[in-house]
Design a protein around this ligand. Structure first.
Ligand code: 13P
Ligand code: SF4
Length: 302
């Protein structure tokens, strides 16, 4: 019996469901029941009937699922898969910012811990940040932890004043505009699709800016037969599956790899399913406060 067959059989016996992010390894995306961006996965985790969820992604994703569905058992396939950006936002610093700007809405990116979400007014993902922020009555926005997403949103909402936290993604922030320029030189007919976690100078060169899910939709609907993609390379699997006749180019000056996303493999998926290991637990009071922040996202994003 292959490891994939064992996972499928166990999943059926236990009535479990597997959720995976687009940055996961191809073999993980293949065995997953649902694959998507952070917003899609957050919605699906709430909607599925199954009470046992194996999350193939990073910690904040599984934790967000547990915050909204405390009665479900959420297993993180790789216990050590964190998101360095999520850990950059510090509680004391957020409290100080709140004190300094009492009239501001405190908005957190879903790439944040439950403790941080518990302190914020509303959560967003890159798929819904713009529409949610435009709907907030406050003019002043404290945005954390991603400085690049914050600067992109500020550019799109000129009527708002943004106070940005200095966090960043260790994968997207390393992409320099020269990398994009050299790809554009090699492929002059290819439009550029970039994730908003990239630097402002990189986003200035993009034809399209959006979440991983939005990048996929753009690549599929664009008449272009080749597209330059500025995000983590795991998305290539779904891009090529959906668009077998198109070519996709990624920066080659550095590996576009999130090591944390790659900590999940078939072996640890099988192991967490067998042992029901790595179950996410959150302190009750923090969970309840953080739930308000995530519930508001789902309410405003609709
Ligand atoms: P998406 O919500 O666009 O999938 O992004 C998640 C993420 O961690 C990007 O680095
Ligand atoms: Fe975090 Fe960046 Fe990895 Fe996304 S790609 S999980 S933001 S480190």
């Amino acid at each position: 019996m292959t490891i994939e067959a064992k996972i499928t059989a166990l999943k059926q016996t236990k009535n479990a469901v597997i959720l995976a992010h687009f940055y996961q390894r191809p073999e993980i995306q293949q065995i997953a029941d649902y694959v998507g961006d952070s917003y899609y996965l957050s919605k699906i985790a709430r909607q599925v009937d199954q009470e046992l969820i194996v999350f193939c992604g990073v910690h904040f994703m599984a934790e967000s699922a547990k915050i909204l569905s405390p009665h479900k058992k959420i297993l993180l396939s790789a216990a050590q898969a964190g998101c360095p950006m999520a850990n950059m936002a510090r509680v004391e610093k957020i409290l100080r910012l709140r004190e300094k700007h009492p009239d501001a809405a405190v908005v957190c990116y879903i790439n944040s811990t439950a403790e941080v979400k518990a302190l914020c007014d509303v959560c967003v993902t890159s798929a819904n940040a713009l529409s949610i922020i435009r709907r907030l009555p406050q003019r002043k926005i404290i945005f954390l932890p991603d400085q690049n997403l914050s600067s992109y949103l500020a550019g799109q909402c000129p009527d708002k004043e943004f106070i940005s936290y200095p966090g960043y993604c260790i994968v997207h922030h390393r992409v320099m505009p020269e990398f994009v320029l050299s790809l554009k030189q090699k492929h002059p007919h290819a439009p550029v699709a970039a994730h908003p976690e990239c630097r402002k100078e990189v986003l200035a060169l993009a034809d399209f800016i959006g979440s991983t899910g939005a990048i996929l939709s753009y690549a599929g609907s664009s008449p272009a037969t080749e597209v330059i993609i500025i995000t983590e390379e795991g998305i290539r699997y779904e891009l090529e599956k959906q668009n077998p006749r198109k070519n996709f180019y990624f920066p080659d000056q550095l590996p576009m790899i999130c090591v944390n996303m790659k900590k999940t493999n078939l072996e640890n998926v099988l192991w967490v399913l067998e042992d029901e290991a790595n179950a996410i637990e959150i302190d009750g009071a923090i969970r309840r406060q953080a739930a308000g922040c995530l519930e508001k996202m789902h309410l405003l994003a609709n």
